[in-house]
Design a protein around this ligand. Structure first.
Ligand code: UD1
Ligand code: CA
Length: 460
């Protein structure tokens, strides 16, 4: 960008409560795509201007904000009483060092890097830059009042606006590029004689006009970029908008989505080529999907790495797992954190796996619980197998060697080791280690009672 990072400071106003959210949570901690509103803005800024730490004016719910967002690389400045946007920016004045300052609102989360770049690069050092947009329904927002020649004359809040001014569709986005000198001189003198008795940042405009600073306006590419979040309805609209943007981004990267409106990404997703994703798939946390994977409908992928050609069938929940190439999972599988599945593993319906390593080509196809286990290669785990890993106090491990065969309905009481090539007879409760290459079983002998008669119901 033509303006170097040292020619301007950045301030994000985020001290307000957000009354209309009807929430105990400060507004900027509400989430879009599972990321706090404030973090959307800081991420956009880091991408655009990586070497500049934004100043965040915080206040309402300060402790909560710093607890949740303490990891952000920002300077925190406290506004202990929320007396208005002008008062908020005033708190940051002592920290401003550059000739210009970019001001953003913590509750306008989806402003794009492109729009900010345009604002920064087209506003000259002596001018006041404003982002405005024409809203079909501008209610609740500050209106841009222009004279007949089209010059900006004023910004009027809805509550202070005349009947005629309320009809104006052009709104103030709350995103500004100021000459630092203007606000250093002007902010301490603004007054709160308005409907809300607040110190409005927008009051600085009349001073700018009086002092002959040119007013320069730019518009974003999409109005959603400057839509504020004041209530949960607006939050939900922006969530849909953001999800649509994300879906389109992944389709452009070569992903086939059965329905972009039924695909939700709430984290960081990276995808290989020719991935197919069916409806109602939710992606959370850090997820990496290899080439040619097929993700079935109604699945959740949370903190997952998938190798190439993995197939996840319908209704599976995969959480905290690494799954290697050519594995087939589900339908109705639940994979829990700490699980590593090697290539060509098969995990079928109603199988739960937690904190376990499953070797290449092994199969656990039906109705099983495998926890805290290490299973070798080419093992067959029969239907209804349960690793009894918990004795009420501690968790214990189950080790199963390569090529073992675990008969159906087996309980493996951990800690226990099943040797390589061992076979476990169906219906066994195994409490001691089973040697390699032998049949081990543990069940009472079958017998038949001849001439036995079922009890009969008496006729009345
Ligand atoms: C503000 C603008 C309005 C604009 C709209 C765009 C003013 C007076 N009005 O109105 O022209 O159309 O944004 O979304 O500026 N904040 C503080 N401390 C305070 C008050 C607010 O930090 O004392 C922060 C809030 O956390 C929020 C931002 O400033 O992130 C905007 O405040 P808000 O009260 O939402 O202003 P609006 O009424 O939306
Ligand atoms: Ca607002």
């Amino acid at each position: 960008m033509s303006n170097g990072p040292n020619t301007f400071d950045i301030v994000i106003l985020a001290a307000g409560q957000g009354k209309r959210m009807q929430s105990r949570l400060p507004k900027v901690l509400h989430r879009l795509a599972n990321r706090p509103l404030l973090e959307h803005i800081t991420r956009t800024l880091y991408e655009l201007i990586p070497d500049k730490k934004p100043i965040v004016v915080y206040g309402h719910g300060g402790e909560q904000i710093q607890k949740t967002l303490g990891h952000l690389s920002v300077e925190w400045v406290l506004q202990s009483k929320q007396l208005g946007t002008g008062h908020a920016l005033q708190q940051a004045l002592p920290y401003l060092q550059s000739p210009q300052v970019l001001v953003l609102c913590g509750d306008v989360p989806l402003i794009s890097g492109d729009t900010l770049k345009k604002l920064i690069s087209t506003t000259t050092v002596d001018a006041l830059g404003l982002v405005t947009a024409n809203f079909p329904d501008p209610s609740g927002l500050g209106r841009i009042v222009r004279d007949e020649a089209g010059h900006v004359q004023d910004i009027v809040e809805e509550k202070d606006a005349s009947e005629k001014q309320r009809k104006i569709k052009e709104i103030n986005a709350g995103i500004y590029f100021f000459p630092t000198e203007l606000i250093k001189k002007g902010l301490p003198t603004i007054e709160n004689n308005n409907a809300q008795q607040e110190y409005y940042l927008t009051s600085i405009l009349s001073q700018a006009i009086q002092n002959k600073y040119p007013i320069h306006t730019i518009q974003p590419n999409a109005i959603e970029e400057v839509q504020g979040v004041n209530d949960r309805i607006q939050l939900s609209h922006l969530e849909r908008y953001l999800q649509k943007q994300l879906a389109e981004k992944f389709m452009r990267q070569g992903v086939t989505l059965s329905d972009p409106a039924r695909f939700d990404v709430r984290g960081d997703l990276s995808v290989g080529q020719d991935v197919t994703i069916d409806i109602n798939v939710i992606v959370e946390g850090y997820v990496k999907i290899g080439n040619e994977c097929v993700i079935g409908p109604h699945t959740v992928l949370r903190n997952v790495i998938l190798g190439d050609r993995v197939e996840i069938k319908a209704h599976s929940i995969i959480d905290g797992a690494e799954i290697a190439a050519d594995a087939i999972i589900g339908p109705f599988a639940r994979i829990r954190p700490g699980t590593v599945l090697a290539s060509r593993t098969h995990v079928g319906n109603f199988v739960e796996i937690k904190n376990s390593n499953i070797g290449e080509g092994s199969k656990i196809n039906h109705l099983s619980y495998v926890g805290d286990s290490k299973i070798g290669k080419q093992v067959n785990v029969g239907a209804g197998t349960i690793t009894c890993n918990y004795d009420g106090v501690a968790k214990h491990r189950t080790i199963i060697g390569d090529h073992a065969f675990i008969g159906s309905n087996t309980q493996l009481v951990a800690p226990i080791t099943i040797g390589e090539g061992a076979t476990i007879g169906a219906g066994s409760t195994i409490t001691r280690d089973a040697p390699p290459n032998q049949l081990t079983l543990c069940r009472t002998q079958q017998r038949s009672i001849p001439h036995w008669q079922r009890p009969q119901k008496k006729e009345e």
